[in-house]
Design a protein around this ligand. Structure first.
Ligand SMILES: NC(=O)c1ccc[n+]([C@@H]2O[C@H](COP(=O)([O-])OP(=O)(O)OC[C@H]3O[C@@H](n4cnc5c(N)ncnc54)[C@H](OP(=O)(O)O)[C@@H]3O)[C@@H](O)[C@H]2O)c1
Length: 342
């Protein structure tokens, strides 16, 4: 049996897909072939010397071991099951399957055990949740988190390539003394501004979809439905790197010094005084700082968590999951392997 794997990258022309392709090479993923897929708009393009395959009826999906999806929830709903049916294990970056109780929602350093017995589809969490739970998991294991109050400061790359272009065009126009182009991606200008509601509102809901994702996904990944989560998601004019101001209370006492010690030795985390998105960009780790006692509560702690949303918030975690899978063929096959063996 070959020890190299055929990999499909779906959404390969986007900001997450581009980061995925770079990381597969940077991390020396044991790929025999990496095939880029995107929309019909990208037909004729080549990426890393390989023609992009448009996802249209009749496209060849056979023979992939792993498919990394980052092309939006609609594309995932339609095409991920087709890749699974053709034999691939899909790791999906969109929100399409995260709420399905039968589909594991995995952060490689937090709940890799959830991969066992998967049925071909694995969900990668939302970027802000991903970064936050890497920092929360060691605290939750030691002292059981009872409640979280979080404000995010999310960069525009979290919305994709068009949003980066929008920030840059608005900033350039302002600095050149011209009129700012009208916003298209966000409801308000994002350059030199802050938008106090990141994501969109479903009918009648007073929380955005980003906020709902953080509330739901935090509990699913930490496997504790009792955790209270209050969250405000905010969009800021930062290119790459999401930041989160996190206030939490634990059920058991935990001092700021103990929390700092726990986080200093936790996988995937770097403790520093005041992390910033600019410094986090290009790194796979999550950075945590400002760890301090919340003087308003006997078991309260506050901290500031920062990470590269395109890396650990999306591509790095997806590839870390793929690395776990290809390191163990039974794990890669999931319950399909068990079905074959039975
Ligand atoms: N950005 C982040 O920080 C982040 C973090 C976690 C998860 N995600 C998720 O990752 C996904 C992609 O995000 P992104 O930021 O990379 O967006 P993006 O830069 O806008 O890229 C979108 C990608 O999807 C492809 N695509 C769009 N419609 C398609 C279709 N009908 N068929 C096939 N391919 C299609 C695009 O191909 P064309 O170039 O051909 O249009 C492009 O490759 C989203 O589900 C997002 O929620 C993003």
């Amino acid at each position: 049996m070959s020890d190299r794997f055929r990999v499909a990258v779906v959404g390969a022309t986007g900001v997450v897909g581009t980061t995925m392709r770079a990381l597969l090479s940077e991390r020396k993923f044991p790929a025999s072939e990496i095939v880029p897929f995107a929309s019909a708009r990208s037909a004729g393009r080549e990426l890393d010397g390989v023609p992009v395959r448009p996802l249209i009826d009749g496209v060849d999906l056979e023979g992939f071991d792993v498919a990394l999806f980052s092309a939006g929830a609609g594309v995932s709903r339609e095409w991920a099951p087709r890749f699974v049916a053709a034999g691939a294990t899909v790791i999906d970056n969109s929100s399409a399957f995260r709420r399905d109780p039968d589909i594991p929602l995995v952060v490689s350093d937090v709940n890799p055990h959830a991969l066992e017995g998967h049925s071909g589809l694995i969900a990668n969490p939302n970027c802000s949740t991903m970064q936050m739970v890497v920092a929360l998991a060691p605290i939750h294991r030691a002292a059981a988190i009872e409640r979280l109050v979080v404000a995010t400061y999310q960069s525009v790359s979290g919305t994709g390539k068009r949003a980066i272009d929008e920030l840059e065009a608005q900033a350039r126009a302002t600095l050149n003394g011209s009129e700012m182009p009208a916003p298209e991606v966000y409801p308000e200008p994002i350059a030199f501004n802050v938008i106090g509601a990141a994501g969109s509102f479903a009918d009648g809901d007073d929380h955005t979809d980003e906020e709902r994702k953080m509330m739901f996904e935090t509990r699913k990944i930490l496997e504790d439905e009792s955790i209270g989560v209050a969250v405000t998601c905010v969009r800021v004019p930062v290119r790459v790197g999401h930041s989160l101001a996190v206030n939490l209370q634990t059920r058991e006492p935990l001092s700021a010094e103990q929390a700092t010690e726990l986080l200093s030795s936790a996988p995937g985390l770097v403790v520093e005084d005041v992390p910033t998105p600019l410094r986090s960009a290009g790194h796979d780790e999550v950075f945590v700082g400002r760890i301090r006692r919340d003087e308003s509560h006997p078991r309260g702690l506050s901290m500031f968590v920062v990470g590269d949303n395109l890396r650990k918030g999306a591509a790095t975690n997806a590839i870390q999951i793929a690395e776990l899978l290809v390191g163990d063929r039974e794990l890669l096959a999931g319950d399909r392997g068990a079905a074959r063996a039975a």
